[in-house]
Ligand binder design. Structure first.
Ligand SMILES: [Zn+2]
Length: 138
């Protein structure tokens, strides 16, 4: 925890508290619309698919697939020490996408990173209250 030198997300009681509460317990919590039954990410109080304000939270599987990725060669702040690293959009098993830093891959061998590869979420403790999600190729 003391080694976490990157920007710390700030949980918001209206939009994201349930997400961060779940992350602290190693769970991926996602908002789901009770009208159209679709999940969305990032968390919002209005469904981006049908504009309903009726949102519930579900515990997701924490499984997904690489939608696309990029190797980052420049970064700022706490990320500058990490370059090169790989960022990716993850297609969540339950629907919608999440942006992440991808783990379990070699940024010097992007040809080995496969679109559609299965990934699993993991969390790194940044503070007592914030555990940051990352995705890892499995
Ligand atoms: Zn909806």
């Amino acid at each position: 925890m003391a080694d976490y030198n990157k920007p710390i997300p700030q949980p918001d009681p209206t939009h994201t508290q349930q997400f961060w509460d779940g992350a602290k317990e190693g769970k991926l919590m996602l908002p789901r619309c009770t009208v159209c039954n679709r999940v969305h990410f990032y968390p919002r109080i209005m469904c981006p698919h049908c504009h309903s304000m009726s949102i519930e939270w579900i515990e997701a599987s924490g499984e997904g697939y690489i939608h696309t990725f990029a190797v980052q060669h420049r970064a700022f702040g706490g990320w500058a020490d990490e370059v090169p690293f790989v960022t990716a959009f993850i297609d969540l098993k339950e629907g919608d996408r999440m942006f992440t830093v991808l783990r379990g891959v070699d940024p010097s061998k992007p040809e080995e990173i496969k679109i559609g590869a299965k990934v699993k979420i993991e969390f790194e403790q940044a503070t007592d209250d914030v555990h940051v999600p990352y995705w890892r190729v499995v």
